[in-house]
Design a protein around this ligand. Structure first.
Ligand code: PXP
Length: 255
């Protein structure tokens, strides 16, 4: 087998902003968290500007773009308002996600197959602006095929259901979800897409998924912000990188 792709870590700082917003002040500052994560070895920073602005706000995105030295991955819903803001912000990447106001977090993947007519011009506008588009989808062959057809260069596989099943000890469900993810990563790569993964990952699940050679990037937030309370964000990033390296080293052909 050829050498596996290098595996990047994108740190999602949304929940630093959740904590800040709890007291409506300026601290803790998600930009400071992003800088600390980069200092400790993060390859990029992810932030989700939700339509209800429950955590990250417009000015956070502007400051992240201006102040961080690594790529900014701007997560957003496919709306005209978000398209305008992202084109003005000019992040390295945009990850299109489904959004429902009543959800606690992004619960499912984008229905690329069902919404291809709406998404097509959207993806084209971002591609034309030189912004790398990623589609956050379930590891479903129909969604993966349509992502490739729409010329999105990247898919991010939703790992939430797998991670929940692992944490809850639902072994049969975890195994089934894992097989879908592994097959989806293989299919995505075979279709010429760059494959990312994220949602609900912790040290153990990040180590497991790092052993899939097709995956190029993991985006991780909630668990890391929680761990940072106990050991600090820098140490959390270092431990996460170590877990990913352990997982990657299991791939045949890894250095
Ligand atoms: N990737 C995407 C597309 C997401 O929407 C999220 C959650 O905002 C994540 C990764 C990170 O998930 P978590 O915060 O559970 O690690």
């Amino acid at each position: 087998m050829s050498k596996p792709l290098p595996l990047r870590l994108g740190v999602n700082v949304d929940h630093v902003a959740t904590l800040r917003n709890a007291r409506a002040g300026a601290r803790p500052d998600p930009v400071r968290a992003a800088l600390a994560a980069i200092e400790a070895g993060a390859d990029g920073i992810t932030a989700h500007l939700r339509e209800d602005r429950r955590h990250i706000r417009d000015e956070d995105m502007t400051r992240l773009k201006a102040e961080i030295s690594k790529p900014l991955n701007f997560e957003m819903a496919a709306t005209d308002d978000m398209l305008r803001i992202s084109l003005a912000t000019k992040p390295h990447a945009v990850c299109l996600v489904p959004e429902r106001r009543e959800e606690l977090t992004t619960e499912g993947g984008l229905d690329v197959a069902g919404q291809h007519n709406v998404l097509k011009p959207f993806i084209a506008r971002l591609n034309d602006a030189g912004i790398r588009v990623s589609l956050f989808i379930a590891a479903d062959p129909r969604q993966i095929e349509m992502a490739a057809k729409l010329q999105a260069p990247v898919i991010e596989i939703h790992t939430g259901a797998w991670c929940d099943a692992v944490v809850d000890g639902h072994t049969a469900k975890a195994d089934a979800e894992w097989r879908r993810i592994a097959e989806g990563a293989r299919l995505g790569r075979a279709a010429g897409l760059e494959v990312h993964a994220g949602h609900g990952l912790d040290y153990a699940t990040a180590e497991t998924i790092a052993a899939l050679p097709e995956i190029a990037e993991l985006n991780i937030g909630y668990f890391m912000v929680g761990e940072a309370i106990f050991v600090g964000l820098g140490e959390t990033v270092r431990q996460m990188r170590a877990a990913m390296t352990r997982g990657r080293s299991k791939v045949e052909g890894a250095a």
